[in-house]
Design a protein around this ligand. Structure first.
Ligand SMILES: [Zn+2]
Length: 673
């Protein structure tokens, strides 16, 4: 998944982690060597040097080529073949491997058509135009453009242009007297998770939604378009799931339970997280005649996009007829789970994961992540073969069904919840690990120090300095975001409370979820020579090694105190009395967390901030400290239960949420004493 623009957008409630201020001190140790004005580069120990020597850019490229050679959407035979490939690589690296199968609701297109019925009659193109420069683009197995879990329906109506489909966009339309009830909303991709655009339209009575990629956001207005560049061409469209991801992750029919073959399942019509209206993704080339045929109110300046026509709100006179027939079916998906351990490894483990399923070939999303992870796991396996005995086991999950709604990782977490809560020390995620050369990461505060230490030890892709220096733009304080949702850490973090981080090397492109996210694009425009892949693999191998090799648990529990402080500060409308009570709770917790925790304490701490009833608006999300924003989908909000209660101005709910947080803080403080 991973939509960068949305992911990194500041929601106004994402305090950058205050613990960053201590990084400058903790990274400068006596054996450091000075380098340039940027600061100091720590020496690698012998095992870290061995890991680095094992990483090979060309082999990462070979993994990527293997995994992208055919379209491999979740549940397909090609997806199963890709699972076997990953299994083979891990076994050769010395992992014990098993396939973990779940039976989940997938949604595939049976037939989709779109026609304009006014002001002129014409059929509209829904397919992406291949090029002879990239043989993968004419692959017969590629799926057409569709949005998974769209309702099946045939509707015809006038069109309303609803900008990004955010609540405030619909509010503005309403303020202008433009009613979307019964209309088809034309909404551009970007800013918030696509499923929420459909949710917002459905909540206001819309009959259907067309999601299009505006050239201002990722097309020719950004640069050369595919195949001459990485930006979205005229026919390029963005597939994607419209499951309401900030309400539920995982198999839609088995919330909170593993989707085994004989699991008890809900009826589709009882699932409020599935859309009730049809939705089709279209290219700007297809949206253009619809936009050109519209009149109505003038739009605000920032609503005007990059199609060469003046945008109006409608409704109409453009009318379209959309016919969507989806095939919803319970199908098997396959995670690949690998375990690397020695005789002296404890039951406790650190887990690395990324997804493997793709909408089409998926070179950037997700197989840059698979290539990086496999190369890092191979290096760690070689280190164990050479005699290293990791105190903690290293696990790797190659997740399936992520694109449909983080399904494979979520089902696995629900299936292994008690084992994860008892023994999983941390989870490291990557998804689209390479889409450019700018390193970025998000994490829970207790992992920020670890993250920066590994980045300080990793050479950048061009061999000129360390990753940390680039990431921190020459300083020593890198920007670390909060985790919300949008990739496979969600169940670990939001359902089970495990410390998590997510990383990747980012850059701009317009092939996201299209036919054009292929090995050709990767090698021509994103990472020729796979040097960024190699750098990310070095980073992941060093990070995982350092975590699994630590005698003292490398979780910086003390970082939670300042984090909680600034999270509380961002709740501007909190009453003074509530604020004082919570500040006292945080102060007690911070005092107790000054000395490092034992592994047992750190593990119990995961559970301390979970509440079995979850957040009021969405019980599957049980972590009281962080969740995806209800209106954002990917972006994080801190203290979500209390924040939503304050927004609703419901005094009882505010009191209830305040008390739940106070009780959690008291539990956590008690644990650390
Ligand atoms: Zn992805």
């Amino acid at each position: 998944m991973v939509a960068l623009a949305a992911r990194w957008r500041d929601s106004g409630s994402m305090p950058y982690l205050p613990s960053l201020t201590i990084l400058a001190l903790s990274l400068a140790s006596p054996q450091d060597e000075p380098q340039g004005s940027a600061g100091k580069n720590p020496q690698l120990d012998a095992r870290e040097s061995f890991l680095v020597s094992q990483i090979d850019a060309q082999r990462a490229g070979k993994h990527l080529r293997e995994l992208t050679q055919e379209p491999h959407i979740a549940g397909s035979e090609a997806d199963y073949r890709s699972a076997l490939y990953v299994q083979g690589v891990l076994e050769e690296a010395g992992f014990e491997v098993e396939l973990s199968e779940y039976h989940v609701l997938l949604s595939l297109p049976e037939s989709i058509s779109l026609a304009m019925t006014a002001p002129e009659k014409r059929s509209l193109n829904l397919s992406e135009q291949p090029s002879s420069l990239d043989e993968d683009s004419s692959d017969a197995g590629a799926s057409p453009g569709f949005n998974a879990y769209s309702a099946s329906a045939e509707v015809e109506s006038e069109v309303v242009y609803a900008h990004y489909g955010q609540p405030e966009d619909f509010d503005w339309l309403a303020s202008q007297g433009v009613d979307v009830a019964g209309k088809i909303c034309l909404i551009r991709y970007g800013k918030i998770f696509r499923g929420l655009k459909v949710h917002n339209a459905e909540a206001r009575g819309a009959a259907g939604v067309l999601l299009y990629s505006d050239p201002d956001d990722d097309g020719y207005r950004k640069g050369s378009t595919w195949p001459e560049g990485p930006w979205r061409p005229r026919s390029g469209l963005q597939r994607g799931s419209i499951l309401y991801l900030s309400h539920l992750a995982g198999d839609p029919l088995t919330p909170g339970r593993p989707a085994h073959v004989d699991a008890e399942r809900m009826q589709r019509e009882d699932c409020s997280w599935l859309p009730q209206i049809p939705c089709i993704p279209i290219s700007w080339g297809t949206a253009e005649p619809i936009l050109a045929g519209m009149r109505g109110k003038n739009v605000p300046q920032n609503w005007q996009g990059g199609c060469p026509t003046t945008y109006f709100t409608g409704p109409g006179p453009s009318r379209v007829k959309m016919a969507v027939k989806m095939q919803e079916e319970i199908k098997p998906i396959w995670n690949v789970i690998g375990r690397l351990r020695s005789e002296s490894s404890s039951e406790r483990f650190v887990m690395v994961g990324n997804h493997r399923d793709a909408w089409v070939h998926g070179a950037i999303d997700p197989n840059s992540g698979s290539a990086v992870s496999l190369e890092a796991m191979r290096a760690l396996g070689a280190l164990v073969k050479s005699g290293w005995q990791p105190p903690y086991e290293i696990r790797y999950g190659s997740w399936d069904g992520e694109e449909f709604g983080l399904i494979g990782s979520t089902e696995w977490c629900e299936d292994h919840a008690s084992e994860i809560q008892a023994n999983c020390l941390a989870y490291f995620n990557c998804d689209a690990a390479v889409s450019g050369d700018r390193f970025a990461a998000s994490a829970t505060p207790d992992l920020v120090r670890m993250l920066a230490e590994a980045a300080a030890r990793t050479e950048a892709h061009d061999g000129k300095g360390r990753l940390l220096t680039r990431w921190a733009h020459g300083g020593s304080r890198p920007p670390v975001g909060n985790l919300g949702s949008g990739s496979d850490y969600t169940a670990f973090l939001c359902h089970l409370g495990v410390p998590c981080l997510d990383f990747g090397s980012r850059g701009g492109h317009g092939v996201y979820h299209s036919l054009f996210d292929s090995a050709y694009t990767m090698e021509q425009y994103i990472d020729p020579g796979y040097r960024v892949h190699a750098s990310m693999a070095r980073f992941l191998a060093i990070l995982t090694y350092r975590f699994a090799n630590s005698e003292e648990l490398p979780l910086d529990i003390a970082a939670w105190g300042p984090w909680l402080h600034s999270a509380l500060e961002s709740l501007r409308d909190l009453q003074d009395r509530d604020r004082e009570l919570l500040l006292a709770g945080i102060a007690a917790f911070a005092a107790a967390s000054e000395k490092g925790p034992s592994a047992a304490q750190a593990l119990s701490l995961h559970a301390a901030f979970l509440h079995p009833e979850g957040i009021a608006s969405r019980p599957w999300f049980r972590n009281l400290l962080v969740a995806p924003g209800l209106d954002l989908g990917y972006g994080a909000v801190t203290l979500p239960g209390l924040r939503e209660a304050i927004e609703s101005e419901d005094l009882r709910a505010i009191e209830h949420e305040r008390d739940r947080l106070l009780a959690a803080l008291a539990r956590a403080t008690e644990l650390l004493r």
